[in-house]
Design a protein around this ligand. Structure first.
Ligand code: DC
Length: 223
């Protein structure tokens, strides 16, 4: 009889745009020596491919074709393109992510990473549906959120830091629209898993949020 290989732990970190979940996920992964996957980057890569082909993100057939053609090496290579992080690409990613066939095409890459993180110790994956759909049996699930006005203020600061001219009201309106689309899509909507620890960072510094998240994750790993 062969013993089953123990599964490596998965930490699921979901939440809305500009909630700080990506920063938290990277810091937690670095602290624990786990591998990190930014699942939004996959949707962004699909969106940027569609936009670069001169096609609107609402073109469902184009989005499906781009998602099916996206291999991990190409997705990784696209991450060094500054356009991948723009709000135009983020909004387009939100549009293409509502297409069921796009989600299906990106499922294996995420589940494989969860099951076989390259370093072999564990995976931290951030996104919108990690705790609900990609890894419902994750050992720790966090749902990181903050008031829309606060997320818009943080995003405005980031944009200004990059020398991008932006107006608070526009950033806030875009953020609310993205929240609405991400949380109301018919499949895999953004929602906190019932067993997720909801971390509202509205009145926390980045270091306070990290300390709270790490302490929750460590407790879950020790269980
Ligand atoms: O996290 P982000 O802003 O990079 O994500 C961009 C878009 O991708 C987001 O608005 C919705 C979509 N997305 C998703 O549907 N499911 C995920 N697991 C991650 C992102």
């Amino acid at each position: 009889m062969t013993a089953a290989t123990p599964r490596t732990p998965v930490i699921a970190i979901d939440g809305p745009a500009a909630s700080g979940k990506g920063t938290l996920a990277r810091r937690i992964a670095a602290t624990l020596g786990f591998d990190h996957m930014d699942s939004g980057a996959l949707y962004r890569a699909v969106a940027l491919t569609v936009l670069r082909n001169g096609t609107p993100p609402e073109d469902t057939a184009a989005a499906i074709a781009a998602a099916r053609a996206l291999d991990p090496a190409r997705a990784a290579a696209m991450q060094s393109d500054p356009a991948i992080r723009s709000d135009t690409t983020g909004t387009a990613a939100s549009v293409v992510s509502a297409v069921p066939e796009v989600r299906a095409a990106l499922l294996d890459a995420q589940r494989n990473f969860a099951a076989h993180p390259p370093g072999g110790r564990g995976a931290v994956i951030d996104g919108r549906d990690i705790g609900t759909v990609i890894s419902p049996d994750a050992v720790a699930k966090l749902f990181v959120t903050a008031d829309p006005e606060i997320r818009a203020r943080r995003r405005l600061g980031e944009l200004q830091g990059q020398g991008v001219a932006a107006i608070f009201d526009d950033v806030l309106a875009d953020m609310k629209e993205r929240d609405r689309r991400d949380s109301q899509k018919a499949i895999s909507p953004m929602v906190a898993a019932p067993d997720a620890f909801v971390l509202d960072t509205s009145r926390m510094s980045a270091d306070e949020a990290f300390a709270a998240a790490l302490s929750f994750v460590r407790r879950a790993l020790d269980r």
